[in-house]
Ligand binder design. Structure first.
Ligand SMILES: *[C@@H]1O[C@H](CO)[C@@H](O)[C@H](O)[C@H]1NC(C)=O
Ligand SMILES: *[C@@H]1O[C@H](CO)[C@@H](O)[C@H](O)[C@H]1NC(C)=O
Ligand SMILES: *[C@@H]1O[C@H](CO)[C@@H](O)[C@H](O)[C@H]1NC(C)=O
Ligand SMILES: *[C@@H]1O[C@H](CO)[C@@H](O)[C@H](O)[C@H]1NC(C)=O
Ligand SMILES: *[C@@H]1O[C@H](CO)[C@@H](O)[C@H](O)[C@H]1NC(C)=O
Ligand SMILES: *[C@@H]1O[C@H](CO)[C@@H](O)[C@H](O)[C@H]1NC(C)=O
Length: 445
């Protein structure tokens, strides 16, 4: 899909005239929907690579508990650590610059890396994709400092609400923190999609609340669930899977994307209001953006209305995929080994609309939140990730002999560019913390 940069089959780069709209966000998107099923389906006959399941949970640590050689080789104490960023610097606007020292951790670090994102384990031959850092145009992004992060979140709970890309970010965070502390599994349920990890010394909890559609959803296809089966989406009802767990959470990182591109019948107030590619003559097609918009509106309103919720809400913006050389389910892959430059790519029409839709809803919530003293912020990773066609697992999320045919150009290798999401998150939390301190000082001045 959305191969914004390539024209087939010549491979000529047409990054800037991406008017050549590639069909299929829909399908890519559906592709994402299948990941969790693959990962957690427990069928012993399944030939799909699977994470090792222990009492229904992903093991907390990898078997090989060696510390990351890279991490310890790296002397970061002289780096731009604990530097406070200028408030005026837009940390989300920038480019990728070479960073030969490489990543913070490896596939052997004591942290969970799902096999499907464990590119080194499965023999990805190139390593250059791990040797870039995000460089904001107007400042430097400080290196991730695990102790600093843990001190900032001491006593708090951070929840990732959304789909498997949220879990991807959560695992990246635990790997980044592994140089300082390991968590214990304190999950309430066996379902791996609802992990809770506690950093005992910091009384800091990370929770995954899996809810790819954010709102209520029910299978509606007479033939059962499949990649593009019809789902009823209850746009004005927040999914209880997260909504019932969120009231005492201090930091909510919410995100949604690819799942919204499948066929839906949209409901509001219990009545059908429209659909997306449902092919029913008496139901209006309201487009995918309608459902996406309303789901975020409902999610944000739910947070605004929860009586005891006092947390910081962070929207992690849309994460672009990078299928080239074919559609996601027709041999499409992502074989690049270098980032794009700013000039080489831009968001295509679909991505831009998706991005703007969620940003508009976030802005509305931000205004409403101000009245209630609730903060809504944006972890605006879309443009940075658009430049990283080289950061996806492609076929390195499983052994070559395993009968996996589809490439994964949706999730992100670990280590890899997704680690930057947490470098950015740390800076955001620092700024919030500072803002809070300054606010207090002003009050007492
Ligand atoms: C699963 O949990 C039960 C009870 O908590 C425990 O006795 C058992 O050893 C666990 N199994 C594994 C494989 O961890
Ligand atoms: C790291 O660098 C600093 C300053 O250059 C130095 O004082 C310190 O001893 C170094 N630490 C290690 C472990 O090499
Ligand atoms: C530490 O910073 C100083 C001053 O910026 C620089 O001269 C020195 O080379 C740095 N040392 C390391 C180990 O990066
Ligand atoms: C880590 O990756 C290397 C190749 O880069 C591989 O040889 C090794 O077996 C991997 N280790 C684990 C625990 O996956
Ligand atoms: C840990 O944090 C929770 C809030 O997240 C708080 O209720 C609890 O008292 C804290 N426990 C300790 C031992 O500080
Ligand atoms: C659409 O038509 C079908 C079949 O005639 C009917 O069952 C359904 O209730 C109609 N839906 C709406 C929203 O009118």
């Amino acid at each position: 899909m959305k191969v914004k940069s390539i024209e087939f089959p010549s491979g000529k780069s047409t990054a800037l005239n991406s008017s050549k709209k590639v069909v299929l966000p829909i399908l890519t998107l559906i592709f994402l929907t299948t990941i969790p099923l693959y990962l957690y389906k427990d069928s012993p006959n399944s030939t799909l690579p699977r994470v090792e399941i222990i009492n229904g949970s992903v093991p907390l640590f990898q078997k090989n508990n060696l510390p990351s050689p890279l991490h310890f080789a790296q002397n970061t104490s002289n780096d731009s650590k604990r530097v406070t960023l200028d408030y005026k610097c837009d940390i989300f606007k920038g480019s990728w610059v070479p960073y030969p020292r490489g990543p913070y951790y490896t596939n052997e670090t004591k942290c969970v890396i799902d096999d499907r994102q464990n590119c080194m384990k499965f023999g990805r031959p190139d390593t250059e994709f791990m040797k870039w850092r995000w460089k904001p145009d107007e400042c430097d992004l400080p290196l991730f400092d695990a102790i600093e992060f843990l001190e900032l979140v001491r006593g708090k709970t951070l929840a990732f609400v959304g789909d498997s890309l949220g879990r991807n970010q959560m695992q990246s965070l635990t790997c980044l923190l592994a140089s300082a502390a390991y968590p214990v599994d304190v999950s309430y349920v066996d379902d791996t999609k609802f992990r809770r990890w506690l950093y005992t010394n910091y009384n800091f909890t990370i929770a995954a609340l899996w809810s790819p559609l954010l709102v209520g959803a029910r299978d509606a296809d007479p033939n059962g669930y499949s990649l593009n089966s019809l789902i009823n989406l209850y746009l004005d009802e927040a999914d209880e899977a997260w909504a019932s767990q969120i009231e005492n959470v201090d930091i909510v990182i919410i995100a949604a994307g690819q799942w919204f591109f499948r066929p839906f019948v949209y409901y509001e107030n219990g009545k059908v209001v429209g659909c997306h590619i449902c092919h029913k003559r008496n139901i209006t097609d309201l487009t995918r953006y309608y459902g996406y918009r309303m789901a975020f509106r409902t999610a944000f309103r739910t947070l605004l209305r929860l009586q005891n919720f006092k947390g910081l809400t962070i929207l992690r913006t849309y994460s672009p995929s990078h299928f080239e050389n074919g559609e996601w389910n027709k041999g499409g892959n992502c074989v690049r080994t270098r980032p794009f430059t700013k000039e080489e790519v831009k968001l295509d029409e679909y991505e831009l609309e998706t991005y703007l839709t969620q940003v508009e809803e976030l802005r509305a919530a931000e205004m409403e939140g101000r009245k209630r003293g609730l903060k809504f912020r944006m972890l605006d990773t879309t443009k940075a990730m658009l430049m990283r066609p080289d950061g996806h697992p492609n076929h390195y999320g499983h052994w070559p002999h395993e009968s996996e045919t589809m490439a994964d150009c949706v999730h992100w290798c670990m280590p890899g560019p997704i680690d930057t999401w947490n470098e950015l998150l740390l800076q955001m939390l620092k700024m919030e913390d500072q803002g809070a301190i300054e606010g207090k000082l002003q009050k007492y001045a």
